[in-house]
Design a protein around this ligand. Structure first.
Ligand code: SP5
Ligand code: ZN
Length: 341
């Protein structure tokens, strides 16, 4: 199997996120990718490959032009206003307010985001562009006949929608890859999101589409971030009605409860008739994850990998969350091993 990876992930290295009422060191940090890469190497799972440059066009298939323009130009505007320190939004439009793009950089940051946990920095654009290229490199390999590839994306992507960032995500790598499969000739593509948090960005992007099935297993939004999407009654809209499936699970869920949801999601993907599969792989469902409340053990990730392999489709596994840094490498490698065995 091939692992796609770019060193440019290092360029996203935020100082702090707003969490639990405090500005604390970012959980989503460069060390995450370093550890996963080290464990993939040590496990002898195959070559580590640079993605090459697939350009902006496949990213623009998913993200709005004004949003991409904002991401590329925000940093110097922020520095001119506030100096060389992380850019963080501070307030958002809610019920009854208007969605008119402001002129000032502070207003634009609010307009194009949904939380204060996702700092935009000097290197953000270069890092997120490279992360999307990693996903595109993996998608090209799978489209070219590889059974499975691993895109070691960082920053992650599944919380990013067409025109907003949040949840440590700026560009939706999994959605960009799924669209690349479509544009490469696959009639139907499935995305299975096993990150602890609901993949609100991916769901929003494909909500009204019948050609991309989205299934997500995650902590119940009644209890957990991102709070405002991921309920079981969200099943897609318009032409996409029936092409979304959500499996919200309560805090404290261990393998028993998780496995049932996974079996159901896998069954739905089988019925859908996809030609390619994208996995949004978060391992923040691990029992010791510092910001999450599921209870999966190391070996449960082997079972997740095996269940994914059982779907029997050409598969791109895209890295999303997972913040128990010491355990991250083992858990990700277990998914990959579980798939390959
Ligand atoms: C890709 C990904 O996994 N993004 C997750 C973003 C989560 N950000 C908000 C986390 C809020 C956590 N609240 C509980 C903290 C426990 N101290
Ligand atoms: Zn997550």
């Amino acid at each position: 199997m091939l692992t796609y990876y770019s060193d440019d992930h290092r360029l996203q290295d935020g100082k702090a996120e707003l969490i639990d009422g405090r500005l604390e060191p970012c959980h989503e940090a460069p060390v995450r990718a370093d550890i996963v890469l080290r464990h993939v190497r040590a496990a002898g799972l195959g070559e580590i490959v640079a993605p090459g440059d697939h350009g902006l066009a496949p990213i623009a298939r998913i993200h709005a032009a004004n949003y991409l323009g904002f991401l590329q130009t925000a940093w110097p505007k922020w520095v001119a206003e506030h100096g060389d320190y992380d850019a963080l939004p501070l307030n958002w439009a809610v019920r009854g307010m208007r969605s008119v793009e402001p002129d000032s950089i502070d207003g634009k940051l609010s307009y194009f985001s949904f939380d204060a946990g996702t700092p935009l920095t000097a290197g953000t654009w270069q890092a997120v562009y490279a992360s999307a290229q990693v996903a595109l490199g993996g998608a090209a390999a799978v489209g070219g006949g590889e059974r499975m590839a691993f895109a070691l994306c960082r920053p992650p992507g599944h919380h990013a929608a067409g025109d907003y960032f949040g949840g440590y995500c700026f560009l939706n790598n999994a959605a960009i890859a799924a669209q690349a499969f479509r544009d490469g000739g696959a009639e139907r593509v499935a995305v299975l999101d096993v990150d602890y948090h609901h993949g609100n960005g991916t769901q929003t992007i494909f909500d009204d589409r019948s050609d991309v099935f989205f299934a997500s297993i995650h902590a119940d939004p009644r209890q957990e971030y991102p709070f405002f999407l991921g309920h079981a009654d969200e099943t897609g809209s318009g032409a996409g009605e029936g092409a979304t499936a959500n499996y919200p699970l309560p805090w404290g869920t261990a393998w028993g409860g998780y496995e049932q949801a996974l079996e159901q999601a896998v069954g739905r993907i089988g019925t859908f008739g996809a030609e390619a599969l994208v996995i949004s792989l978060g391992v923040d469902s691990f029992k010791d994850d510092p910001i999450s409340r599921f209870r999966l053990e190391h070996e449960d990730f082997l079972h997740i990998g095996a269940a994914i392999a059982g779907i029997g489709l050409p598969t791109l596994i895209v890295m999303e969350g997972g913040y128990a840094v010491d355990a991250l490498g083992v858990n990700v490698v277990n998914v990959l091993k579980g798939y390959l065995d």
